[in-house]
Ligand binder design. Structure first.
Ligand SMILES: Nc1ncnc2c1ncn2[C@@H]1O[C@H](COP(=O)(O)OP(=O)(O)O)[C@@H](O)[C@H]1O
Ligand SMILES: [Mg+2]
Length: 230
């Protein structure tokens, strides 16, 4: 059974059709969502997380239609996301940022240190969030998302700004999250991460689903190469 199902979703911005009748699903494990800039990946995350109502189509979580639910309701149902443009509280410390996320779900603030450790940024705990390197800020967003104990986790370009060692650690974390039975949807330009850690990959191009398959199927797909080469 799919944890997430997007059915016939279309999003129009005036004349622009950002998402055009997309149907896809994600099960527990890591699902890649790739495609060139402007393909509609972030817009699709907005629809799944409830920040944007689709012009048509529906979103199902565990077979229940959640299309009419807002972002907070979806969060309570276990949907969490990170943003391509970072959205941490810059004036709070790294640790406080995670505490706020924990408390929003009535979870103990004692878990904050554990979460910072888990994503590998414990050393920045006491630093003001807008002073840490981009990579650490991205990992902080991930810690905040994990603070809600999500069953569905949407990650929008999480590895940009991470160095090699951080990227490897992030890959390990993806495997752990997968082993815990969570469904992770990964929007990612680092093809090594996608190919090494995704169980399944969906490819968007110009708002349409170009193809879906295993990483090796995607790698050898002619249309995918063309879409990336323009
Ligand atoms: N708020 C918006 N208003 C108008 N057009 C938008 C808006 N957000 C995204 N778009 C357009 O929708 C398309 C998909 O954008 P986006 O979802 O950000 O793609 P991706 O994340 O794959 O790079 C692009 O053509 C973009 O210009
Ligand atoms: Mg995007």
């Amino acid at each position: 059974m799919s944890m997430l199902r997007v059915e016939g979703v279309t999003v129009r911005f005036g004349e622009v059709t950002a998402i055009d009748d997309v149907t896809l699903s994600a099960s527990p494990g890591v699902t890649g969502l790739i495609g060139p800039n402007g393909a509609g990946k972030t817009t699709l995350f907005d629809v799944i997380s409830g920040l944007r109502k689709p012009s048509a189509g529906r979103v199902l979580l565990d077979d229940a239609d959640i299309t009419a639910k807002g972002p907070h309701q979806r969060s309570r149902l276990g949907v969490a996301r990170t943003f391509q443009r970072l959205e941490v509280f810059g004036s709070l410390t790294v640790w406080e940022n995670v505490v706020v996320a924990l408390e929003s779900r009535r979870r103990s603030s004692r878990l904050a240190s554990e979460l910072l450790d888990r994503v590998g940024i414990a050393e920045f705990a006491a630093n003001q969030a807008d002073t840490v390197p981009t990579g650490a800020a991205r990992l902080l967003e991930l810690a905040r998302a994990l603070a809600t104990d999500p069953q569905l986790l949407l990650l929008d370009e999480p590895s940009s700004g991470l160095d090699r060692a951080e990227t490897d650690a992030f890959g390990e974390l993806l495997q752990q999250l997968s082993a815990e039975g969570r469904a992770v949807v990964l929007v990612e330009h680092d093809m090594d991460l996608v190919m090494n850690y995704c169980d399944h990959v969906h490819v968007l191009n110009l708002g349409r689903l170009l193809t879906s398959g295993t990483p090796s199927e995607i790698r050898s797909h002619e249309g995918v190469r063309e879409a990336y080469l323009g």
